[in-house]
Design a protein around this ligand. Structure first.
Ligand code: MTE
Ligand code: MO
Length: 434
Protein backbone atom coordinates (compact mmCIF):
# COMPACT_ATOMS: atom_id res chain seq x y z
CA UNK A 1 0.00 0.00 0.00
CA UNK A 2 2.75 2.43 0.97
CA UNK A 3 4.58 1.87 -2.30
CA UNK A 4 1.51 2.83 -4.31
CA UNK A 5 1.09 5.99 -2.34
CA UNK A 6 4.69 6.96 -3.03
CA UNK A 7 4.16 7.03 -6.78
CA UNK A 8 0.41 7.47 -6.93
CA UNK A 9 0.71 10.26 -9.47
CA UNK A 10 2.22 7.88 -11.93
CA UNK A 11 0.33 4.67 -11.29
CA UNK A 12 -1.05 4.52 -14.80
CA UNK A 13 2.23 5.43 -16.47
CA UNK A 14 3.89 2.75 -14.48
CA UNK A 15 1.21 0.29 -15.53
CA UNK A 16 1.83 1.14 -19.17
CA UNK A 17 5.54 0.64 -18.72
CA UNK A 18 4.82 -2.66 -17.04
CA UNK A 19 2.77 -3.81 -19.96
CA UNK A 20 5.52 -2.83 -22.34
CA UNK A 21 8.03 -4.85 -20.40
CA UNK A 22 6.02 -7.83 -19.21
CA UNK A 23 8.08 -10.08 -17.02
CA UNK A 24 10.60 -7.46 -15.98
CA UNK A 25 10.84 -5.26 -12.90
CA UNK A 26 8.39 -7.32 -10.88
CA UNK A 27 9.13 -5.38 -7.72
CA UNK A 28 7.50 -2.24 -9.09
CA UNK A 29 4.09 -3.85 -9.56
CA UNK A 30 1.58 -2.36 -7.18
CA UNK A 31 0.21 -5.10 -4.94
CA UNK A 32 -3.03 -4.80 -6.86
CA UNK A 33 -3.56 -8.43 -7.60
CA UNK A 34 -0.83 -10.06 -5.59
CA UNK A 35 -2.88 -11.19 -2.64
CA UNK A 36 -5.08 -13.44 -4.73
CA UNK A 37 -2.40 -15.63 -6.28
CA UNK A 38 -0.15 -18.33 -4.87
CA UNK A 39 3.49 -17.18 -4.53
CA UNK A 40 4.96 -19.78 -6.91
CA UNK A 41 2.82 -18.67 -9.87
CA UNK A 42 2.66 -15.02 -8.88
CA UNK A 43 4.83 -13.52 -11.64
CA UNK A 44 3.13 -14.96 -14.68
CA UNK A 45 -0.40 -14.65 -13.35
CA UNK A 46 0.22 -11.17 -12.07
CA UNK A 47 1.31 -10.05 -15.50
CA UNK A 48 -1.58 -11.84 -17.17
CA UNK A 49 -4.06 -10.33 -14.72
CA UNK A 50 -2.62 -6.85 -15.04
CA UNK A 51 -2.91 -7.19 -18.82
CA UNK A 52 -6.50 -8.41 -18.38
CA UNK A 53 -7.38 -5.48 -16.11
CA UNK A 54 -5.85 -2.96 -18.49
CA UNK A 55 -7.70 -4.55 -21.42
CA UNK A 56 -10.96 -4.23 -19.48
CA UNK A 57 -10.21 -0.52 -19.00
CA UNK A 58 -9.51 -0.07 -22.70
CA UNK A 59 -13.14 -0.85 -23.50
CA UNK A 60 -13.95 2.57 -22.03
CA UNK A 61 -12.23 5.30 -24.07
CA UNK A 62 -11.36 8.58 -22.42
CA UNK A 63 -13.52 10.70 -24.76
CA UNK A 64 -17.25 9.99 -25.12
CA UNK A 65 -18.64 10.63 -28.62
CA UNK A 66 -21.28 13.40 -28.56
CA UNK A 67 -23.99 10.81 -29.28
CA UNK A 68 -22.84 8.56 -26.43
CA UNK A 69 -23.74 10.89 -23.53
CA UNK A 70 -26.52 10.22 -21.08
CA UNK A 71 -29.16 12.96 -21.39
CA UNK A 72 -30.72 15.17 -18.69
CA UNK A 73 -32.89 17.75 -20.45
CA UNK A 74 -35.93 19.61 -19.19
CA UNK A 75 -38.64 21.17 -21.34
CA UNK A 76 -41.71 20.03 -23.24
CA UNK A 77 -41.07 19.55 -26.05
CA UNK A 78 -37.36 19.04 -25.47
CA UNK A 79 -35.47 22.00 -27.01
CA UNK A 80 -33.28 19.66 -29.08
CA UNK A 81 -36.31 18.04 -30.69
CA UNK A 82 -37.25 21.32 -32.44
CA UNK A 83 -36.62 21.12 -36.18
CA UNK A 84 -36.69 23.45 -39.18
CA UNK A 85 -38.44 26.79 -38.64
CA UNK A 86 -39.22 25.92 -35.01
CA UNK A 87 -35.47 25.58 -34.28
CA UNK A 88 -34.78 28.88 -36.06
CA UNK A 89 -37.58 30.65 -34.15
CA UNK A 90 -36.12 29.29 -30.92
CA UNK A 91 -32.72 30.66 -32.02
CA UNK A 92 -31.22 27.19 -31.68
CA UNK A 93 -29.40 27.11 -35.03
CA UNK A 94 -25.88 28.55 -35.49
CA UNK A 95 -27.25 31.40 -37.67
CA UNK A 96 -30.19 32.31 -35.44
CA UNK A 97 -28.43 31.92 -32.06
CA UNK A 98 -28.24 35.09 -29.93
CA UNK A 99 -27.04 35.82 -26.40
CA UNK A 100 -28.61 38.54 -24.25
CA UNK A 101 -26.76 40.06 -21.30
CA UNK A 102 -28.86 42.21 -18.99
CA UNK A 103 -28.79 43.66 -15.48
CA UNK A 104 -31.35 43.02 -12.75
CA UNK A 105 -33.16 46.19 -11.52
CA UNK A 106 -34.24 44.30 -8.37
CA UNK A 107 -33.89 45.98 -4.97
CA UNK A 108 -35.19 44.77 -1.62
CA UNK A 109 -33.88 45.76 1.79
CA UNK A 110 -31.99 44.56 3.65
CA UNK A 111 -30.17 42.14 1.33
CA UNK A 112 -30.20 44.11 -1.95
CA UNK A 113 -29.85 47.80 -1.30
CA UNK A 114 -28.87 48.96 -4.78
CA UNK A 115 -29.54 47.41 -8.19
CA UNK A 116 -26.86 45.95 -10.48
CA UNK A 117 -25.92 47.88 -13.59
CA UNK A 118 -23.89 47.41 -16.79
CA UNK A 119 -22.49 50.15 -19.01
CA UNK A 120 -23.58 48.12 -22.01
CA UNK A 121 -26.40 45.56 -22.17
CA UNK A 122 -26.98 43.22 -25.09
CA UNK A 123 -30.61 42.65 -26.01
CA UNK A 124 -32.79 41.24 -28.77
CA UNK A 125 -35.09 44.26 -28.47
CA UNK A 126 -32.44 46.73 -29.59
CA UNK A 127 -30.75 44.26 -31.90
CA UNK A 128 -27.49 44.19 -29.94
CA UNK A 129 -27.63 40.56 -28.73
CA UNK A 130 -24.34 38.70 -29.34
CA UNK A 131 -24.27 36.26 -32.27
CA UNK A 132 -22.11 33.20 -32.87
CA UNK A 133 -19.56 34.84 -35.21
CA UNK A 134 -18.97 37.52 -32.54
CA UNK A 135 -18.44 34.86 -29.85
CA UNK A 136 -16.09 32.89 -32.09
CA UNK A 137 -14.19 36.08 -32.90
CA UNK A 138 -13.51 36.42 -29.16
CA UNK A 139 -12.38 32.79 -29.32
CA UNK A 140 -9.58 33.67 -31.75
CA UNK A 141 -7.87 35.44 -28.89
CA UNK A 142 -9.15 33.71 -25.78
CA UNK A 143 -10.14 30.15 -26.76
CA UNK A 144 -9.83 27.41 -24.11
CA UNK A 145 -10.18 23.62 -24.30
CA UNK A 146 -11.12 21.42 -21.38
CA UNK A 147 -11.78 17.72 -20.87
CA UNK A 148 -14.79 17.48 -18.57
CA UNK A 149 -16.80 14.70 -17.02
CA UNK A 150 -20.50 15.58 -17.05
CA UNK A 151 -21.93 14.13 -13.87
CA UNK A 152 -25.46 14.85 -12.66
CA UNK A 153 -25.65 15.65 -8.97
CA UNK A 154 -28.62 13.26 -8.70
CA UNK A 155 -27.66 10.34 -10.95
CA UNK A 156 -25.30 7.56 -9.97
CA UNK A 157 -23.63 7.09 -13.36
CA UNK A 158 -21.42 9.68 -15.09
CA UNK A 159 -23.08 10.90 -18.31
CA UNK A 160 -19.96 11.23 -20.47
CA UNK A 161 -16.69 13.07 -20.92
CA UNK A 162 -15.99 15.47 -23.76
CA UNK A 163 -13.42 17.96 -24.89
CA UNK A 164 -15.23 21.31 -24.74
CA UNK A 165 -13.92 24.40 -26.55
CA UNK A 166 -15.05 27.98 -26.01
CA UNK A 167 -14.49 31.43 -24.53
CA UNK A 168 -14.12 32.25 -20.82
CA UNK A 169 -17.19 33.91 -19.30
CA UNK A 170 -14.98 36.76 -18.01
CA UNK A 171 -14.10 37.76 -21.60
CA UNK A 172 -17.78 37.86 -22.53
CA UNK A 173 -18.70 39.88 -19.44
CA UNK A 174 -15.93 42.37 -20.21
CA UNK A 175 -17.92 43.37 -23.30
CA UNK A 176 -20.40 44.99 -20.89
CA UNK A 177 -18.00 47.72 -19.80
CA UNK A 178 -18.24 48.85 -16.18
CA UNK A 179 -20.30 46.58 -13.95
CA UNK A 180 -21.66 48.08 -10.77
CA UNK A 181 -23.13 46.25 -7.80
CA UNK A 182 -22.89 42.85 -9.48
CA UNK A 183 -22.62 40.05 -6.95
CA UNK A 184 -24.06 37.09 -8.86
CA UNK A 185 -24.19 36.08 -12.50
CA UNK A 186 -27.19 33.97 -13.59
CA UNK A 187 -27.55 32.24 -16.93
CA UNK A 188 -30.18 30.10 -18.61
CA UNK A 189 -31.07 28.63 -21.94
CA UNK A 190 -34.02 28.30 -24.28
CA UNK A 191 -37.14 27.32 -22.37
CA UNK A 192 -40.06 27.17 -24.83
CA UNK A 193 -41.22 30.66 -23.83
CA UNK A 194 -42.70 29.17 -20.71
CA UNK A 195 -41.34 30.82 -17.56
CA UNK A 196 -41.97 27.65 -15.58
CA UNK A 197 -39.51 25.78 -17.80
CA UNK A 198 -36.59 28.10 -17.02
CA UNK A 199 -33.67 26.10 -15.70
CA UNK A 200 -31.10 28.54 -14.41
CA UNK A 201 -27.78 28.41 -12.60
CA UNK A 202 -25.40 31.02 -11.27
CA UNK A 203 -21.90 31.86 -10.14
CA UNK A 204 -20.60 34.50 -7.78
CA UNK A 205 -19.11 37.52 -9.54
CA UNK A 206 -15.61 36.38 -8.56
CA UNK A 207 -16.13 32.84 -9.87
CA UNK A 208 -17.18 34.35 -13.18
CA UNK A 209 -14.46 36.98 -13.50
CA UNK A 210 -11.34 35.59 -11.83
CA UNK A 211 -9.34 32.45 -12.37
CA UNK A 212 -6.37 31.71 -10.12
CA UNK A 213 -3.22 30.40 -11.82
CA UNK A 214 -3.69 26.72 -12.56
CA UNK A 215 -7.43 27.00 -11.91
CA UNK A 216 -10.24 26.61 -14.43
CA UNK A 217 -12.50 29.32 -15.88
CA UNK A 218 -16.23 29.11 -16.49
CA UNK A 219 -16.62 29.25 -20.28
CA UNK A 220 -19.15 29.48 -23.09
CA UNK A 221 -18.51 26.39 -25.22
CA UNK A 222 -19.24 26.24 -28.96
CA UNK A 223 -17.47 22.99 -29.78
CA UNK A 224 -17.62 19.48 -28.34
CA UNK A 225 -14.90 17.04 -29.36
CA UNK A 226 -13.78 19.46 -32.07
CA UNK A 227 -17.22 19.71 -33.75
CA UNK A 228 -20.10 22.17 -33.35
CA UNK A 229 -22.08 21.17 -30.24
CA UNK A 230 -25.07 19.11 -31.42
CA UNK A 231 -28.56 20.16 -30.25
CA UNK A 232 -28.78 17.15 -27.89
CA UNK A 233 -25.70 18.35 -26.00
CA UNK A 234 -26.92 21.94 -25.72
CA UNK A 235 -25.62 23.56 -28.92
CA UNK A 236 -25.07 25.98 -30.49
CA UNK A 237 -23.63 27.34 -27.19
CA UNK A 238 -23.47 25.74 -23.78
CA UNK A 239 -22.07 27.13 -20.52
CA UNK A 240 -19.40 24.82 -19.12
CA UNK A 241 -18.51 25.09 -15.44
CA UNK A 242 -15.44 22.85 -15.21
CA UNK A 243 -15.56 22.18 -11.46
CA UNK A 244 -19.24 21.55 -10.93
CA UNK A 245 -21.96 18.97 -11.48
CA UNK A 246 -24.02 18.98 -14.68
CA UNK A 247 -26.69 21.43 -13.51
CA UNK A 248 -24.26 24.37 -13.70
CA UNK A 249 -23.45 23.59 -17.34
CA UNK A 250 -26.55 25.12 -18.91
CA UNK A 251 -27.49 23.94 -22.41
CA UNK A 252 -28.92 26.09 -25.25
CA UNK A 253 -27.48 29.14 -23.47
CA UNK A 254 -29.24 32.40 -24.42
CA UNK A 255 -29.33 34.69 -21.38
CA UNK A 256 -26.80 36.03 -18.92
CA UNK A 257 -28.29 38.11 -16.14
CA UNK A 258 -26.25 39.97 -13.53
CA UNK A 259 -27.74 40.87 -10.17
CA UNK A 260 -26.90 42.41 -6.83
CA UNK A 261 -29.01 39.82 -5.03
CA UNK A 262 -26.28 37.68 -3.50
CA UNK A 263 -28.58 34.79 -2.53
CA UNK A 264 -28.18 31.63 -4.56
CA UNK A 265 -31.44 31.07 -6.42
CA UNK A 266 -30.32 28.37 -8.86
CA UNK A 267 -33.17 26.12 -10.01
CA UNK A 268 -31.30 23.31 -8.27
CA UNK A 269 -31.35 25.18 -4.94
CA UNK A 270 -35.08 24.47 -4.66
CA UNK A 271 -34.73 20.75 -4.29
CA UNK A 272 -32.45 20.40 -1.30
CA UNK A 273 -29.40 20.14 -3.59
CA UNK A 274 -26.09 21.85 -2.86
CA UNK A 275 -26.34 24.87 -5.21
CA UNK A 276 -22.57 25.45 -5.13
CA UNK A 277 -21.38 21.91 -5.66
CA UNK A 278 -17.96 20.78 -6.80
CA UNK A 279 -17.54 17.40 -8.45
CA UNK A 280 -16.89 14.72 -5.85
CA UNK A 281 -14.04 12.24 -6.13
CA UNK A 282 -15.90 8.94 -6.48
CA UNK A 283 -15.83 5.52 -8.12
CA UNK A 284 -18.87 4.24 -10.01
CA UNK A 285 -19.12 0.49 -10.59
CA UNK A 286 -20.21 -1.01 -13.89
CA UNK A 287 -22.55 -3.75 -12.86
CA UNK A 288 -21.27 -7.05 -14.25
CA UNK A 289 -23.19 -10.27 -14.94
CA UNK A 290 -25.18 -11.71 -12.00
CA UNK A 291 -23.57 -15.16 -12.45
CA UNK A 292 -20.08 -16.36 -13.37
CA UNK A 293 -18.36 -19.74 -13.41
CA UNK A 294 -16.38 -20.54 -10.28
CA UNK A 295 -12.70 -20.74 -11.14
CA UNK A 296 -12.87 -18.06 -13.84
CA UNK A 297 -11.26 -14.70 -13.25
CA UNK A 298 -13.78 -12.13 -11.98
CA UNK A 299 -13.20 -8.74 -13.62
CA UNK A 300 -14.57 -5.66 -11.91
CA UNK A 301 -14.68 -2.44 -13.94
CA UNK A 302 -15.97 1.05 -13.32
CA UNK A 303 -15.43 4.75 -13.83
CA UNK A 304 -13.65 7.06 -11.44
CA UNK A 305 -14.09 10.83 -11.27
CA UNK A 306 -11.24 12.99 -9.99
CA UNK A 307 -13.18 15.62 -8.04
CA UNK A 308 -12.30 18.61 -5.87
CA UNK A 309 -10.12 16.63 -3.46
CA UNK A 310 -8.14 14.74 -6.13
CA UNK A 311 -7.67 10.98 -6.31
CA UNK A 312 -5.18 8.90 -4.35
CA UNK A 313 -6.46 5.48 -5.38
CA UNK A 314 -9.47 3.33 -6.20
CA UNK A 315 -9.92 0.18 -4.17
CA UNK A 316 -12.23 -2.83 -4.08
CA UNK A 317 -13.52 -5.23 -1.49
CA UNK A 318 -14.98 -8.69 -2.01
CA UNK A 319 -17.49 -9.79 0.62
CA UNK A 320 -18.90 -13.31 0.72
CA UNK A 321 -22.62 -13.26 1.57
CA UNK A 322 -25.52 -15.65 2.19
CA UNK A 323 -29.04 -14.98 0.89
CA UNK A 324 -29.95 -11.31 0.48
CA UNK A 325 -28.23 -9.28 3.18
CA UNK A 326 -29.63 -5.83 3.96
CA UNK A 327 -28.06 -2.76 2.34
CA UNK A 328 -24.86 -1.87 4.08
CA UNK A 329 -24.50 1.58 5.65
CA UNK A 330 -21.48 3.56 4.50
CA UNK A 331 -20.17 3.70 8.07
CA UNK A 332 -20.73 0.03 8.93
CA UNK A 333 -17.65 -1.11 10.91
CA UNK A 334 -17.39 -4.23 8.75
CA UNK A 335 -17.06 -2.02 5.65
CA UNK A 336 -14.71 0.46 7.28
CA UNK A 337 -12.39 -2.29 8.53
CA UNK A 338 -12.61 -4.49 5.42
CA UNK A 339 -9.49 -5.63 3.52
CA UNK A 340 -9.81 -3.14 0.65
CA UNK A 341 -7.28 -3.68 -2.16
CA UNK A 342 -6.14 -1.26 -4.89
CA UNK A 343 -7.62 -1.32 -8.38
CA UNK A 344 -5.79 -0.59 -11.62
CA UNK A 345 -6.45 2.71 -13.44
CA UNK A 346 -6.82 2.88 -17.21
CA UNK A 347 -3.53 3.94 -18.76
CA UNK A 348 -3.44 7.45 -20.20
CA UNK A 349 -4.00 7.58 -23.93
CA UNK A 350 -1.36 8.95 -26.27
CA UNK A 351 -2.48 12.55 -25.96
CA UNK A 352 -0.89 13.51 -29.27
CA UNK A 353 -3.41 11.35 -31.12
CA UNK A 354 -6.30 11.10 -28.63
CA UNK A 355 -7.58 14.68 -28.93
CA UNK A 356 -10.02 15.80 -31.63
CA UNK A 357 -9.28 17.97 -34.64
CA UNK A 358 -5.66 18.95 -34.19
CA UNK A 359 -5.94 20.28 -30.63
CA UNK A 360 -2.55 19.81 -28.97
CA UNK A 361 -2.36 18.47 -25.41
CA UNK A 362 -0.21 21.50 -24.52
CA UNK A 363 -3.27 23.68 -25.25
CA UNK A 364 -5.62 21.93 -22.84
CA UNK A 365 -6.50 23.47 -19.49
CA UNK A 366 -5.18 21.20 -16.77
CA UNK A 367 -2.29 20.00 -18.96
CA UNK A 368 1.31 21.13 -18.70
CA UNK A 369 1.96 23.72 -21.41
CA UNK A 370 5.50 22.41 -21.94
CA UNK A 371 5.13 18.61 -21.69
CA UNK A 372 1.50 18.14 -22.75
CA UNK A 373 0.92 15.85 -19.75
CA UNK A 374 -2.11 16.34 -17.48
CA UNK A 375 -1.43 17.61 -13.97
CA UNK A 376 -3.23 14.56 -12.59
CA UNK A 377 -4.66 11.26 -13.77
CA UNK A 378 -7.56 10.99 -14.15
CA UNK A 379 -7.57 14.64 -15.18
CA UNK A 380 -9.04 17.09 -12.66
CA UNK A 381 -12.88 17.06 -12.94
CA UNK A 382 -12.40 14.33 -15.51
CA UNK A 383 -12.73 10.57 -15.34
CA UNK A 384 -11.18 7.31 -16.47
CA UNK A 385 -11.90 3.60 -16.20
CA UNK A 386 -10.59 1.36 -13.44
CA UNK A 387 -10.50 -2.40 -13.10
CA UNK A 388 -9.51 -5.27 -10.86
CA UNK A 389 -9.07 -8.94 -11.69
CA UNK A 390 -10.08 -11.14 -8.80
CA UNK A 391 -9.13 -14.82 -8.57
CA UNK A 392 -9.48 -17.71 -6.20
CA UNK A 393 -13.13 -17.21 -5.27
CA UNK A 394 -14.94 -20.45 -4.51
CA UNK A 395 -18.60 -21.15 -5.35
CA UNK A 396 -20.98 -18.78 -3.60
CA UNK A 397 -22.46 -15.31 -3.61
CA UNK A 398 -20.31 -12.19 -3.39
CA UNK A 399 -20.77 -8.46 -3.08
CA UNK A 400 -18.00 -6.55 -4.82
CA UNK A 401 -17.63 -2.89 -3.92
CA UNK A 402 -15.33 -0.14 -5.14
CA UNK A 403 -14.53 3.20 -3.53
CA UNK A 404 -12.09 6.07 -3.93
CA UNK A 405 -9.63 7.46 -1.43
CA UNK A 406 -9.04 11.15 -2.04
CA UNK A 407 -5.86 13.18 -1.52
CA UNK A 408 -7.07 14.08 1.97
CA UNK A 409 -7.36 10.34 2.78
CA UNK A 410 -11.15 10.44 2.89
CA UNK A 411 -12.67 7.19 1.66
CA UNK A 412 -15.87 7.49 -0.37
CA UNK A 413 -18.56 8.61 0.39
CA UNK A 414 -16.78 10.77 3.00
CA UNK A 415 -16.65 13.68 3.45
CA UNK A 416 -20.02 13.89 1.63
CA UNK A 417 -22.26 11.16 3.00
CA UNK A 418 -25.23 13.47 2.25
CA UNK A 419 -26.12 12.36 -1.27
CA UNK A 420 -27.75 15.70 -2.15
CA UNK A 421 -24.29 17.19 -2.53
CA UNK A 422 -23.50 14.68 -5.27
CA UNK A 423 -24.45 11.03 -5.60
CA UNK A 424 -21.42 9.07 -4.53
CA UNK A 425 -22.69 6.15 -2.45
CA UNK A 426 -20.43 3.09 -2.50
CA UNK A 427 -21.69 0.94 -5.37
CA UNK A 428 -22.01 -2.83 -5.29
CA UNK A 429 -21.95 -5.56 -7.91
CA UNK A 430 -23.52 -8.75 -6.61
CA UNK A 431 -22.28 -11.85 -8.38
CA UNK A 432 -22.85 -15.56 -7.83
CA UNK A 433 -20.10 -18.00 -8.71
CA UNK A 434 -21.64 -21.30 -9.78
N1 MTE B 1 -31.05 24.30 -20.47
C1 MTE B 1 -30.81 23.22 -19.73
N2 MTE B 1 -29.54 22.93 -19.39
C2 MTE B 1 -29.26 21.84 -18.64
C3 MTE B 1 -30.32 21.01 -18.17
C4 MTE B 1 -31.65 21.33 -18.56
O1 MTE B 1 -32.59 20.64 -18.22
N3 MTE B 1 -31.85 22.43 -19.34
N4 MTE B 1 -30.02 19.95 -17.35
C5 MTE B 1 -28.78 20.09 -16.57
C6 MTE B 1 -28.45 18.92 -15.80
S1 MTE B 1 -29.29 18.72 -14.34
C7 MTE B 1 -27.46 18.06 -16.19
S2 MTE B 1 -27.01 16.79 -15.21
C8 MTE B 1 -26.73 18.25 -17.46
C9 MTE B 1 -26.76 17.00 -18.32
O2 MTE B 1 -25.99 17.18 -19.48
P1 MTE B 1 -26.14 16.21 -20.73
O3 MTE B 1 -27.61 16.04 -21.03
O4 MTE B 1 -25.38 16.86 -21.84
O5 MTE B 1 -25.51 14.89 -20.37
O6 MTE B 1 -27.24 19.33 -18.22
C10 MTE B 1 -27.62 20.47 -17.46
N5 MTE B 1 -27.97 21.57 -18.33
MO1 MO C 1 -28.38 16.97 -13.19
Amino acid sequence: MKRIQADERNVSRRQAMRLAALGAAMATVPNVLAADVAPATASAELDADLALALKACKAHPVITPAKGFGDVSRGTPKPHSLKGQAAIDARLTPESWRLEITADPFMEAPHTKTPASLTKQFTLADNTAIDLPALMELGKKHEVHFLKAIQCLNIETPLGQGMWTGVPLREVLRLCGKMNNVRRVYYWGFHNNDEKQIFKSSLSYTQGMETAPGELPAFLAYRLNGEPIPPERGGPVRMIIPWSHGYKSIKWLQHIFVTNDARNQDSYANNNNDPDSYLKTAAYVHEGPPKLKAGDAVTLTGTVICGLSGLKRVEYWVRKVQGNPPRMEYDDPELLNAPWKPCVLAPQPDWNTALPRGVKPTELLGFDAATGQPHSWPTRYGMCAFAAVIRGLEKGKYEIRARTVDMNDFAQPEPRPLQKSGRNAIQVWTVELV
